[in-house]
Design a protein around this ligand. Structure first.
Ligand code: TGC
Ligand code: FAD
Length: 387
């Protein structure tokens, strides 16, 4: 019998078409050859590797599932595989692409005017215009319906006041997609970050997602032209639809983190000798490794099924919540277990588990905390809103 791939026990690869496989391989090469040599230093010093942006754009990874405007028009499974491979490198890489693609380019594509699409999307696909997405506020991100940031109409402009918190790419961004309360409900604005009264301040001393820029945004009477209001987004449904796109990608991303951790643990336990035998020869260790492979396989099947549903146009947001909850929890637990299996070595950046473990503490919190997704599933089952 032929030997199985330990990182793909159910041969998910065989379920992919040629284009999906080619994309996964191209991103995997980029991650191994270009990103991973930089990532430990970036994590250590707390910086996003901006020097990789041109190559990320060149590979077609920005707005990859959008049609037209210089975007690649790939299917959802391809987008998922991109997220998986980037996050196998580092959650910061996947975060950068998620925010640019699903949270900034998607709303311009879905809710913007033709003029807005033509003005912003080609430059964003080329990585020349970077976006950030401002929904969360300092008083509590889980309940965005209670946002305080507001926009008041004044002639041909809107005047924006308020603050946003924990904003990925905030200090790198040329534009911010900002969600604000108006007399006509919650609306979205494309805020140019060189506008007077706009300020982005980096959040320092993070112990997680250190290879990613995270910021606070402040709006002090920022004037935004009516031409920069997203005309087709009204109410919370606008930002929540963007989150569905990004959360879908996040169901795939942590599979990459978990694969990286298991790969490291397999190599380490195969080589390390204790009590006159390889660590991997102990039943207690094999049980752990086997259980990791089981959980990774289940997550792979879940995301692939979700991707096929999304491409068929029948994916439901609750299905995304279930997979985001399951797959991030799976990866976080595996990263912690791999950290333990590596003993003292597991606490250094020389090995990947602790970096993934720390990153996943953010991933389980952002884009809806684990509890929020559990409550979304609970609401679906019972019909009772328990938020
Ligand atoms: P609710 O009454 O349920 O819904 C309001 C309207 O929105 C619609 N809707 C959705 N549409 C699309 N996708 C979804 N997932 C949707 N969920 C709800 C819904 O149909 C309704 O439409 P309509 O037409 O009837 O008005 O709203 P709620 O206030 O009860 O909220 C429920 C809750 C708690 C699930 C929601 O507030 C929530 O998801 N909270 C978590 C917030 C969150 O995830 N924030 C993330 C910020 S961005 C981020 O973290 C980026 S990290 C990026 C990175 O670095 O990768
Ligand atoms: P809170 O909402 O205050 O929640 C605190 C705790 O209470 C959590 O454990 C939560 O699960 C729990 N809780 C909340 N409600 C309930 C309930 N009803 N029942 C039981 N428990 C409950 N946001 C953006 O808008 N754009 C970004 O680009 C972005 N990037 C981020 C990057 C990083 C690194 C991080 C850490 C966050 C980012 N976020 C971003 C914010 C993220 O979405 C929020 O942190 C998240 O939504 C949770 O909000 P909060 O931190 O205010 O926690």
């Amino acid at each position: 019998m032929s030997k199985l791939d330990p990182l793909d026990l159910y041969d998910i690869t065989a379920e992919l078409d040629d284009e999906e496989r080619m994309i996964r391989e191209a991103v995997a090469r980029f991650v191994d050859q270009r990103a991973l040599p930089l990532i430990p230093e970036c994590f250590d010093t707390g910086r996003f590797p901006t020097e990789l942006i041109p190559e990320i754009a060149e590979l077609g990874l920005l707005g990859s599932s959008l049609e037209g405007y210089g975007c690649a028009g790939l299917n959802s499974v391809s987008y998922g595989l991109i997220c998986q491979e980037l996050e196998r490198g580092d959650s910061g890489l996947r975060s950068f692409v998620s925010v640019q693609s699903s949270l900034c380019m998607y709303p311009i594509h879905a809710f913007g005017s033709e003029a807005q699409r033509e003005k912003w999307l080609p430059g964003m696909a080329r990585g020349e215009i970077i976006g950030c997405f401002g929904l969360t506020e300092p008083h509590g991100g889980s309940d965005p319906a209670n946002m305080k940031t507001h926009a008041r109409r004044d002639g041909d402009d809107w005047v924006l006041n308020g603050a946003k918190m924990w904003i990925t790419n905030g200090t790198l961004a040329h534009i911010a997609i900002v969600w604000a309360r108006t007399d006509d409900g919650i609306q979205g604005f494309i805020v140019e970050t060189d506008s007077s009264g706009f300020e982005a301040r980096e959040i320092k001393a993070k112990m997680s997602l250190r290879a990613s820029a995270t910021s606070e945004l402040f709006f002090d009477n920022v004037r935004v032209p009516e031409a920069n209001r997203l005309p087709d987004a009204k109410g919370l449904k606008g930002p929540l639809s963007c989150l569905t796109q990004a959360r879908y990608g996040i169901t795939w991303g942590p599979i990459g983190s978990a694969i990286a951790c298991l790969e490291e643990a397999l190599s380490y336990t195969g080589e390390r000798e204790l009590f006159q035998r390889p660590l991997a020869a102990n039943q207690a260790v094999q049980l752990k490794l086997a259980d990791m492979a089981r959980r990774i396989t289940l997550a792979q099947l879940m995301s692939l099924r979700l991707g096929r549903l999304k491409d068929a146009g029948s994916m439901h947001p609750t299905q995304v919540s279930l997979a985001k909850w399951n797959n991030v929890r799976m990866a976080l637990d595996i990263a912690r277990e791999c950290r333990d299996v590596l003993g003292g070595s597991g606490i250094t950046l020389e090995y990947v588990p602790i970096r993934h473990m720390l990153n996943l503490e953010s991933v389980i919190t952002y884009e809806g905390t684990e509890t929020i997704h559990q409550l979304v599933v609970g609401r679906e089952l019972t019909g009772i809103n328990a938020f």
